[in-house]
Design a protein around this ligand. Sequence first.
Ligand SMILES: C[S@@+](CC[C@H](N)C(=O)[O-])C[C@H]1O[C@@H](n2cnc3c(N)ncnc32)[C@H](O)[C@@H]1O
Length: 317
Amino acid sequence: MAAGASDVLELLGVSSAIMSAIETGLFAALLEQPGSAAAIARRLALEPRATERVLDVLAACGLARVEGEVYAAAPALVDAAERVPGGRDLLLTMWSHTPELLKRGEPFVRMDVERERHYSAHVSALGELFAYSADQLAAHIEDAPARVLDVGCGSGVWSLAIAERFPGTSVVGLDLPAVLAPFAARAKDKGLSDRIATLPGDMFEVEPPADFDLVIIANVLRLERRERARELVRRMSRAVRPGGSLLIVDALAHGTEEAERARAVYALHLALRTEAGGVHAPSEVRAWMNDAGLVELEAIALPAKVGALGALRGWKR
Ligand SMILES: C[S@@+](CC[C@H](N)C(=O)[O-])C[C@H]1O[C@@H](n2cnc3c(N)ncnc32)[C@H](O)[C@@H]1O
C-alpha cells in the first residue's frame, strides 16, 4: 500500500482526516443530516475551512459524497453504520479507542468474556453481513450433507444457506442458550424451522453425536487463544462421521497484499473488542485440522473482504 514517500504522506493524511472525523463528530453529523461544510462546522462548533478540507478527504476516500456544496455520508458509510454489529457506536467509537489499547491494553469491550449477552444481540446483524458469502460457500458444496452441525452457530447463516440449497439437509445449531433464538428466527424466516434442532450449551462441554456429514465452525476460533482453538477443532472433529467433513470459516484469506492487510486490520479490531481473541495463522489452522485426522484440505475463497474471510474444508477418511 505504501510504496514510497508520497504514499506514506497520503496514508497519514487519510488516517488523520478519518480519525478527526470520528473524534469531532463529523461522521455522526454526516450520517444525521447532510449540509454544506459551513453548516456542518456551525453544528459542531468547528472551524469552517478545516472542516471543508477534512470533508473533501472523506469524499475522495468514498466515505462522504458531495453534490454542489452539500456533503452527506456516502452510501457505503450509511450501509456500514446500519449493518455492522453494534451499529454506529461500535463502527466509529471503537476505533478511537486504539490509543487506550496501546497505552493500557484495555479493550473497548470484552465480547469474548460476556459472550452470551453480546452475541445474542449481534448475531442477527452478523448473519446479514455474511449472507452473500454464505450463499457463495453453499454453492461450492456439492455433496448434499444430510446432517450438519453448526458450532457457535449464531444466526446459523452458513449452515442455513446449505440447508436452503439442499432440501434433504437438516441442521443442529450449537450455541449458548440465549443465542439460539436468532438461529431459530433465521430458520423460520427461510421456511426451514422443521429442519433444525438446537443444542444449547458450551461448545467445550457438550458432546455432540459423532454422526454428522458436515461440521461447521464459523468465526468462532478467533475468540479463543491458540490452545483452546486447537482443542475445539480436535473436539468437533469427533462429531464428523467417517467420510464426512469439517468446514472452518475464519480470517483465513492470506497471501495477497490486500488479504494480509485485511487480516492485520481485523486482528486489531479483535484486540479492541476482546480480551483474548486473535487471528490464527492459516498454516496453524491447517495443522490443527491435520492433527485432528482431517485430510485433503481444501481452501475456499470467499467474496467478503470483511475480516479477511476464507474457508478451509477437510475430510475424515
Ligand atoms: C462471531 S460469532 C459467529 C456466529 C456465526 N457462526 C457466524 O459466523 O455468523 C461467535 C459465536 O460463537 C458462539 N460461542 C462463543 N463461545 C461459545 C461457547 N463457549 N459455546 C457455544 N457457543 C459459543 C457465540 O455465542 C456466537 O454465536
